[in-house]
Ligand binder design. Structure first.
Ligand code: GLC
Length: 487
């Protein structure tokens, strides 16, 4: 239990450092680590994870465990300023601009009148996810800014009532996901809400304790906020979109979310027995999934479901000045690395205020899809590696930011496991032969996944070791997959 919390905190630290928040993140976490946020405490309302049988849990998690690759979408009013306020570039994450630039509630809310993303097309976005080989989408239904990207009766600061656009993108996405057969999940910021009175704000250096608010309009009672906005909106999200959401993705719990208040949310979640929800509700609830942010855990989380969420550049919400896009090679390596450790990759895109997805993001996703068209069999529905050392090792001398031995990844190859297959994704072509020690299964034949003729590769065995003959050149410059058929 302790491990869970530690790992989550490391995730936030890693995320924050990668977006140049530096040490601030450690202190941000301290707020969450208050007396109210302890794992293993008695929950006032038992969540589904504690009442279902292992078989029921396996059935509920089944699609998620097979999916391996999902699309995260951060889209909201913050896509209008897109990282600039009053002509200045604002450091930090695009969707944090209101907090980073201390924008008062009134001018921030006024952005809604300008939000008219007429080029938004659910068909295009779902089509892009399909082309990328992604099996699910998780979109921000309300981020910390407090603006609902859906039709809400509970609160009028929403895309239908407060903008000239007047459409509900979640409804359009749900219809399209149904049509194109892909799962849809909703991110919902249940705790931080910077425009609703009483909504929480994370501890930051530029705002004052105890509330860390920057505008008196933000003051109010957190339980009132929860009862009049968050819980009613969570109910709307869970009832207005048919079989969706498949996932409810919570974020940034603070100490305001006591076990009792979180329990009230859990009561609502328990009414939806197919729903999957993450470990960021707060109040000590573990949820279904670990959510390492901006990093891949060295060895995964044996015994826990997990999903690494990562940005494609350095921001979640669109920022016009952030062009630091990761290469397709890095993105594919991440996906393969995560699959080899038994997790899912939730890769973010940040649509613009027009509704259009930035071209460099589209391009990378399409390239990933091309690789998966050929090699997806080695990713979807597979299990973690039967080996392990190929991922790298812990340094005997160097320490990470938590003072633990630093993990030094190796990028020669990875492996995933099928029922009768061992897949080897080779990044660094080893010449004409690939050597493998400690092979735990009897290998009967081998071929390259990208070879349509499946021409058998010559095998030489000695004890538990295996040598597989390879052509002199890889079939794919990023990763060529060897399939070892096993008995
Ligand atoms: C962080 C940020 C948030 C982002 C999330 C994604 O917690 O606060 O802006 O949505 O990470 O995991």
């Amino acid at each position: 239990m302790k491990v869970t919390r530690r790992v989550f905190s490391r995730g936030l630290v890693a995320a924050a450092s990668s977006v140049a928040l530096g040490n601030k993140a450690t202190r941000i976490w301290a707020q969450v680590q208050g007396e109210h946020y302890q794992m293993g405490m008695k929950h006032p309302v038992p969540p589904i994870q504690e009442t279902e049988t292992p078989a029921e849990k396996a059935a509920r998690m089944r699609w998620f465990r097979e999916a391996r690759f999902g699309m995260f979408i951060h889209w909201g009013l913050y896509s209008i300023p897109a990282g600039r306020w009053d002509g200045k570039e604002i450091p930090g994450l695009g969707e944090w601009i209101m907090n980073e630039a201390s924008i008062p509630v009134a001018p921030y809310k006024a952005l809604a009148a300008k939000f008219n993303p007429t080029q938004f097309s659910a068909a295009n976005i779902v089509g892009l996810a399909k082309a990328a080989g992604q099996k699910y989408i998780v979109i921000t239904s309300k981020h910390h800014e407090g603006f609902a990207m859906f039709n809400s009766r509970a609160n009028s600061f929403n895309i239908v009532d407060a903008t000239p656009f007047r459409r509900d993108p979640l409804k359009e996405l749900a219809a399209e996901c149904r049509k194109q057969d892909i799962k849809l999940g909703f991110y919902y910021s249940q705790d931080q809400d910077w425009t609703a009175p009483g909504g929480a704000a994370y501890k930051t250096d530029h705002h004052q304790p105890p509330t860390f608010h920057w505008d008196p309009a933000q003051n109010g009672s957190f339980p009132d906020y929860l009862h009049t906005k968050a819980i009613p909106q969570i109910r709307e999200l869970l009832s207005n979109y048919g079989e969706y959401p498949a996932i409810l993705w919570f974020d940034t719990p603070t100490k305001d979310m006591t076990p009792e208040l979180a329990g009230e949310i859990v009561k609502v979640l328990n009414e939806h027995p197919k729903l999957i929800w993450n470990n960021r509700l707060g109040g000590g609830y573990k949820g279904d999934t670990e959510t390492p942010e901006q990093y891949i855990p060295a060895r995964g989380y044996p015994g826990r479901d997990w999903e690494s969420c990562m940005t494609i550049n350095d921001t979640w919400g669109y920022k016009q000045d952030d062009t630091n896009f990761k290469s397709t090679e890095t993105l594919l390596r991440n996906l393969i690395d995560i699959a080899s450790k038994g997790g899912n990759y939730l890769l973010n895109i940040g649509p613009m205020a027009t509704g259009v997805v930035p071209a460099p993001e589209v391009e990378r996703l399409q390239q990933m899809g091309k690789w998966l068209d050929v090699n997806g069999e080695s990713i979807y529905g597979t299990r973690a590696t039967l080996f392990g050392a190929e991922a790298g090792s812990f340094s005997p001398t160097e320490k990470d930011e938590n003072g633990k031995p630093k993990f030094i990844p190796s990028w020669k190859w990875r492996s995933t496991t099928g029922r009768n297959q061992i897949y080897i994704q080779i990044f660094e072509w080893p010449g004409t032969s690939f050597h493998l020690d400690n092979v735990p299964r009897e290998v009967t034949s081998a071929y390259l996944l990208a070879d349509p003729s499946k021409k058998p590769l010559r095998l030489r065995k000695s004890g538990n070791s295996l040598d597989v003959s390879l052509p002199a050149q890889p079939l794919d410059p990023i990763a060529t997959v060897v399939v070892l058929k096993t008995a």
